[in-house]
Ligand binder design. Sequence first.
Ligand code: ADE
Ligand code: ZN
Length: 348
Amino acid sequence: MAHEHDFQALSVQRLPAIVAAAPKAELHLHIEGTLEPEMAFAIGRRNGVPLPFPDPAAMRRAYDFRDLQSFLDVYYAAAAVLLHERDFYDLAWAYLVRAKADNVVRAEIFFDPQTHTSRGVPFETVVGGLSRAVDDARARLGLSAGLIMCFLRHLSERDAFETLEQALPFRSRFVGIGLDSGERGNPPEKFRNVFARCRSLGLHTVAHAGEEGPPSSIVGALDALAAERIDHGVRCLEDRVLVDRLVRQRVPLTVCPFSNVRLRVFDRLADHNLPALLAAGLRASVNSDDPAYFGGYVGDNLRGVLSALPLGAADAYRLLRNSLESSFLEPSAVVAHVARLDEVFAAG
Ligand code: ADE
Ligand code: ZN
């Protein structure tokens, strides 16, 4: 167990290396958001799907987003290059190799089946490629990964139910369901029934809420969806009663600092409310959301917040421990990873 005095002794210069070496869980990562421009061009060429940019550098230069929707427009368009099982495998494998380099020991990976089935790509193709990469990550990298199927909230609940029907033959390939896409005008309550059905199937439930949407969106995700984790959740600080509830119920918040800056939730990393979330006793972790679009993977996000914000070794430890303890891993695996985290911090 790492104690307070260990943190005092730990040199500030050593902290980035310790955090880099520490075991971590990534809990908020959209696999479509790991499509780097170079890979988008390579897969697009292979599949004969053109992209509306002359080259990867121009594509990257266009990543100047006003808000969530302006990002989603680009993100859904780029996903159009993904057609075959191999494409989904290559995408997920490339992410998992990068995650391994960041010492991610557990990745819970979102995928958006409707982004693909709406283009005529069979559900089986998507989940087949992704789950083959997940299996290979365990066998070849020693990295545990699980898939979380997200429903697009700008579509109807009926559409979500149809997607669930397509998913049922592959029930064993994913650990839970989530809710993503444009938050404004699409409250959690819209998906009450499909989430209830998923819970009855033994699926874990998470939901994006309180990213651009108000605190009431977080309340809706807890009350209407029984979400076990809130993705983002940063706007909870606007509601004291809600903060008390999130602390009391130990609800994890999967915070994505680089994303919040690129999508203009906060102007600069130095303005992010992560220190306030931790000070309030909220169970926040650091995650990368859509790293190919927002300037970095989970290690980059951690390095970024530690240098831009008033966070010390105890905060870094808390963020990493929260990530491991908020995962859907079995308790014995969490205990083992936390023991390793303690060793890394104790060794300084
Ligand atoms: N899909 C991919 N990234 C997202 C985000 N940050 N919010 C909502 N939907 C998303
Ligand atoms: Zn997200």
